[in-house]
Ligand binder design. Structure first.
Ligand code: C2E
Ligand code: CA
Ligand code: CA
Length: 629
């Protein structure tokens, strides 16, 4: 072999190529336009290789791109050489004895092998040369003019022994220049892409990478029915470390940990720092296997403290793992679950891995489905309120009724209304549902039989609705449009921690009272601040929760509580309704305690609004008849 300096040259002019200077210029121009126009690397290199071959008819060209992250040569462009040639050299690792291209990349210098069968650089590649009919090979490095880094290698092959002439070398210079431009541009684009997707501190992926690539991975695995797990990992006590030792050391700790994490998750398809001290990985393994890996890592961290500069740190983490094969989730849903599981792990004492199990998954999925069904029900006008009478338990005469949420959709049949309401609250649909229910109340109040009575219509209000300040104005508008008197409507509000006696909801409730609405405190006895609430908001009714009523027969405590609640309400001048009365015994006990207002299956089940007036008339008639008896 001979190198640049010791070249013997044959001195033929460039015209040997069979291309005129104009053709040469035109060819170069065309390629420059390709590169400047952002043509992809392989196509640009392909064009350069083909053009080189046109200039030097016996020569075969192959241009390889150097990937600095993998430190390998990658297929670039070639002319007449068969596909298999590039496939064979793709991934070639530069080395001191790796043919002329591999060696050229290794030395970053031109390498000329006049005869590959005698040149020791080619010792390991004789078969290869035979099969492609190669006798001599010249390789020139593509070097970035900016930072002198290696961009690739331009390889030229001949079927006979040969050394380059000055004209050959001049042409090679032209071609490597073009190839360098193309490779340089590609390198810059890659860098930019990489930086946009990479976490600068740890070199792992960043949130952007997750967002752009995770969805695809999830969809692919689900389609191929392959195992896939998502893990969310949160370091324990990282903030403490940061506060104590400063951000610089904090960063070093994150970097060290990220390396360990990477080592323990060798199969991860995607590993990213999600933010601060949170990491996310997508791993093509079942979740129990991933959890096993994480336990290994936890054990390792228990045994070996990390040395960060002069500080020894014992590290641990809390993690949530979701089995993505178990359900048809998109990435957004999955990461929410994994995050929640990691938080649960943290709350239950840290240093642990929380699996999102199949039952949880089904429950969440069901909620998602219910959310969609509710949205449809609203969109297609399928909300179908029912009403359940509230009666005088001594006579059975109706005193009012409570509207309860139901739909006409088959898909929501059999789904617990309480679940529907919870989901609606989560999904931001509760306002719309609340309005449908109020509209139902208006409809009922316009029925002649009900309009002429003094029956109150109870409508349940979600505390979420009370968090919106414009709620009173909106209801006022609705009632005005429907010409309905607010005094005929009782709003039932469940005690909850949102219902802060000192909070904005109290102001809002008082505004509603000012508008004429009657207020009832629902599920009385189960909540948080009964007494305070009763003092600070003018409730006219309380509804004793059905759990107390249902224990009346067996539990002295329930009996005592029912008595106490009645006494207390009386003291405040508030009317009491007992809910969930199912048996004559319960009715008898309540009557003995002094209860009057009752609601329950014993008297009537919830019925569709359109049947309610008839039901109420019927109950009135029966009550009158039994009073006469
Ligand atoms: P709630 O306000 O306490 O409503 C009373 C619940 O007791 C209703 O359940 C009713 O069907 C049920 N019930 C009545 N009598 C009996 C009985 O004798 N035995 C038993 N076991 N149950 C009886 P439902 O309709 O399933 O509603 C459940 C909860 O969902 C309601 O509890 C309320 O918190 C909520 N909800 C229902 N409709 C609405 C609505 O329109 N808006 C809001 N925000 N919440 C609603
Ligand atoms: Ca209620
Ligand atoms: Ca209730």
């Amino acid at each position: 072999m001979a190198e640049d300096e010791g070249l013997q040259t044959r001195g033929e002019p460039i015209s040997e190529a069979g291309l005129s200077p104009e053709q040469l210029l035109q060819g170069q121009q065309r390629i420059l336009e390709m590169v400047a126009g952002g043509e992809n690397l392989q196509r640009s290199l392909q064009a350069i290789a083909a053009f080189s071959e046109a200039c030097l008819p016996e020569m075969l060209a192959s241009i390889l791109y150097y990937d600095p992250y993998e430190q390998r040569l990658r297929r670039g462009g070639y002319g007449q050489l068969p596909d298999s040639f590039q496939e064979a050299v793709d991934g070639l690792v530069p080395g001191p004895k790796a043919g002329s291209c591999g060696t050229c990349a290794f030395r970053a210098q031109r390498v000329v092998s006049e005869d590959v069968f005698t040149d020791p650089l080619w010792d390991d590649f004789h078969d290869f040369c035979h099969s492609y009919g190669i006798r001599s090979a010249w390789s020139s490095p593509l070097i970035s003019p900016n930072d002198q880094s290696l961009l690739g290698v331009f390889g030229m092959y001949y079927p006979d022994r040969r050394l380059p002439s000055p004209a050959d070398l001049e042409l090679v210079d032209h071609m490597t220049h073009l190839a360098t431009l193309a490779a340089e541009r590609h390198r810059r684009d890659e860098e930019r892409r990489r930086q946009a997707m990479e976490d600068a501190l740890t070199g792992l992926g960043n949130r952007h990478l997750l967002q752009t690539q995770a969805g695809e991975l999830v969809a692919q695995a689900q389609h191929a029915q392959q195992p896939l797990s998502l893990l969310f990992l949160d370091l324990d006590h990282f903030k403490l470390f940061n506060d104590n030792f400063g951000h610089l050391l904090g960063d070093k700790l994150l970097l060290q940990f990220s390396r360990q994490l990477k080592a323990f998750l060798p199969t991860a398809q995607l590993l990213a720092r999600f933010g601060g001290d949170e990491f996310v990985a997508i791993i093509p393994e079942p979740s129990d296997q991933v959890s096993e890996r994480l336990h290994d890592l936890l054990r390792r961290l228990d045994q070996d403290t990390l040395l960060i500069d002069h500080v020894r740190a014992r590290l641990s983490f809390s993690s949530g793992v979701v089995d993505l094969a178990a359900v048809n989730w998109n990435f957004g849903q999955a990461i929410l679950q994994a995050d929640t599981a990691a938080r649960q792990a943290k709350e239950s004492g840290r240093h642990r891995i929380q699996m999102v199990d199949a039952a949880q998954l089904t429950a969440v999925q069901r909620r998602l489905q219910v959310g969609k069904d509710l949205e449809d029900a609203l969109r297609y006008g399928l909300v179908h309120p029912h009403a359940q009478p509230i009666v005088d338990l001594r006579t059975g005469a109706p005193l009012g009724m409570e509207l309860l949420f139901r739909t006409r959709t088959g898909v929501l049949n059999g789904i617990d209304p309480q679940l529907c309401i919870h989901v609606a609250e989560e999904a931001g649909l509760i306002d719309a549902i609340g309005f449908e229910m109020l509209r139902g109340a208006c409809r009922l109040l316009k029925d002649p039989a009900i309009a002429s009575s003094d029956l109150l219509i109870n409508v349940n209000l979600s505390v979420h609705q009370l968090l919106r300040e414009d709620f009173p104005d909106e209801v006022a508008q609705l009632l005005a449009a429907e010409a309905v008197d607010a005094r005929r409507i009782c709003l039932e509000i469940t005690e909850s921690r949102w219902l802060d006696p000192d909070g904005p909801s109290r102001v809002l409730l008082n505004r509603l009272v000012g508008q004429g609405f009657v207020l009832a405190l629902d599920d009385f006895g189960t909540g948080y601040a009964s007494l305070l609430l009763l003092r600070s908001v003018p409730f006219r009714h309380v509804k004793v929760d059905k759990t107390f009523v249902q224990e009346l027969e067996d539990s002295d405590e329930a009996l005592a509580l029912c008595r106490a609640m009645l006494e207390m309400a009386k003291a405040y001048g508030i009317q009491v309704t007992a809910e969930g009365v199912e048996t004559p015994q319960q009715r008898r006990i309540l009557e003995e305690l002094g209860y009057i207002r009752c609601q329950g299956y014993l008297f009537a089940r919830p019925t569709p609004l359109e049947d309610t007036p008839a039901l109420l008339l019927d109950m009135q008639r029966q009550a009158r008849r039994s009073a006469l008896d």
